[in-house]
Design a binder for this molecule. Structure first.
Ligand SMILES: Cc1ncc(COP(=O)(O)O)c(C=O)c1O
Length: 494
């Protein structure tokens, strides 16, 4: 026997005439919620549509549409000659579907049972900054200067006629044509030739690091890591269960001798020889050679992060460690995040020949593949000479912006901070002269509508003087002076 609604008809309906959501949708959503929450139980008969119309203030035609929609979704059912009922087939109370759960509900739920990696990920912020145009956001290329018309042309040429090659999973190591183009680029611009077969394409630099550490080290194994160093990469290695062996960094880059003495048995050294992030120093040649010797003697590996070496303003990019490695110990990681734009999500590894098969298979297991269309478009973009021209233009633009930043910064920040702008990359450091807490100062900078990162966030064990990291490459030259004046104001307020 069907239950009848008792008391006020549909007491849970709370219709708001002033809301932007139309009334019929409010009725539909609230009826659905009432069923999901068990206020309207399976088998319950709804009031006659004439009564419902009066109660909710909808025309009969609109109400019928609401009921038909809920029938189509499975919440209601019509019984011949008897009326409309809450579906008898629903469990009691109906399970809340996934799309109803918002993150706002999470704190009220019992902690989920997670793996160690899951638990660390839950606690870790992987937020790497949004791309809203907040001046001085570190590591931000001038995306507004990206030649999208040319990119679109390459895209059209790749997808015209639905080329079969673009529609499948693609090659495990990435599309051969892209690997060939990258190999040509490395030979010409980095003076570091390799066989395209040594390249594995990845969805960005961090995916490349993930493959490398998973293939070459086991959880608990040591990885040399510069302190300070890139926080996202630190978090990645830590979350995956590796032991971070913190090494000092000075004006010559990573303290290789110190690391070799303290952590001789580490499996891998993660290093940014062309430009350390965030300090901006380069690894000296004697240290590069010492690093190669340590890896050779200890059967260890060097993971060379070369993500922004294209942007050097006082000469050609520095040669990579890979280019002087005669014992096949270096895994070279490149990324298009800065040279093009971060959302393109393409990176790559250049591997010693003995690792190629392993990395291709592991990449197939973890990444499956990188969007094939994007790879083909990028190959076309590089092959058409657009990549080289874009880099040339951006190098000029960033050099100009860097000069403007230094000139305006010297004046605006006098007495507040010392600017330290290496000859490469997209960022500068502002060392705070009175040693105030850089995290606190950053809050004032954010409130002034500007971005920067505190150096403390990059430091694990070795405290450094207070400094803020600012990205100048994304700031138009003519805006440098007013933004730096605003930045100075925020510093003086702290
Ligand atoms: C130190 C460092 N290496 C590499 C990358 C490139 O990473 P991805 O290609 O995943 O954006 C970044 C990006 O900001 C970085 O900061």
């Amino acid at each position: 026997m069907a239950k009848q609604l008792e008391g006020p008809i549909l007491p849970f309906l709370r219709l708001d005439a002033a809301a932007a959501v139309p009334k019929f949708r409010q009725v539909q959503d609230q009826l659905r919620q009432a069923i999901l929450k068990g206020h309207l139980r399976p088998g319950t008969r709804l009031p006659a549509s004439r009564i419902l119309c009066e109660e909710v203030g909808l025309s009969r035609q609109t109400l019928v549409r609401v009921l038909e929609n809920l029938k189509a979704e499975g919440y209601l059912e019509a019984r011949q000659g008897a009326g409309t009922f809450v579906s008898a087939a629903l469990p009691r109370p109906a399970a809340i579907p996934r799309w109803q759960k918002s993150l706002a509900n999470v704190p009220d739920m019992p902690p989920p049972r997670l793996s160690r990696i899951g638990d660390l990920s839950r606690q870790m912020s992987a937020d790497i900054g949004q791309f809203e145009p907040m001046p001085f956001l570190p590591n931000r290329p001038a995306i507004d200067r990206f030649p999208f018309a040319l990119w679109r042309k390459c895209w059209n040429s790749v997808t015209r006629g639905g080329k079969v090659a673009a529609l499948g999973y693609g090659d495990l190591g990435g599309e051969l044509i892209l690997r060939q183009r990258i190999a040509e680029y490395l030979a010409v611009h980095r003076h570091d030739p390799c066989d395209p077969e040594q390249i594995v394409i990845t969805p960005g630099g961090h995916a490349a690091f993930t493959l490398a550490v998973l293939a070459l080290a086991d959880p608990g194994d040591g990885i040399w890591f510069e302190d300070p160093g890139p926080v996202t990469t630190y978090n990645l290695f830590h979350t995956l269960g590796f032991r971070l062996c913190l090494t000092d960094v000075d004006g010559d880059g990573m303290d290789v001798a110190g690391a070799a003495a303290r952590y001789p048995g580490a499996r891998l050294a993660f290093v940014m020889p062309s430009r350390h992030h965030p300090l901006g120093v380069t690894l000296s040649l004697p240290r590069r050679l010492a690093l190669l010797e340590w890896a050779r003697a200890n059967d260890a590996w060097i993971l060379e992060d070369d993500y922004d070496s294209e942007f050097r303003y006082d000469g050609a990019p520095l040669p990579s460690i890979r280019s002087i490695d005669s014992h096949d110990r270096v895994i070279y990681a490149g990324s298009f995040s800065k040279a093009l734009y971060p959302g393109v999500r393409v990176g790559y590894l250049v591997l010693p020949p003995q690792l190629v098969g392993t990395f291709r298979n592991l990449s197939g297991l973890i990444n499956r593949s990188v969007p094939v269309e994007t790879q083909l478009v990028l190959a076309e973009f590089i092959g058409g000479g657009h990549f080289a021209s874009h880099l040339r233009r951006m190098r000029g633009l960033y050099a100009e912006r860097r000069e403007a930043f230094i000139d305006a910064g010297k004046v605006a920040l006098a007495g507040l901070a010392n600017i330290d702008c290496s000859e490469s990359g997209l960022n500068a450091l502002a060392w705070l002269t009175d040693g105030r807490d850089d995290r606190a100062v950053r809050q004032d900078v954010l409130e002034a509508g500007l971005q920067c990162y505190p150096l403390s966030d990059y430091t694990v064990a070795t405290p450094r003087p207070s400094a803020l990291i600012l990205g100048y490459a994304g700031v138009p030259t003519e805006r440098m002076r007013p933004y730096l004046a605003r930045f100075a104001e925020a510093l003086s307020r702290s």
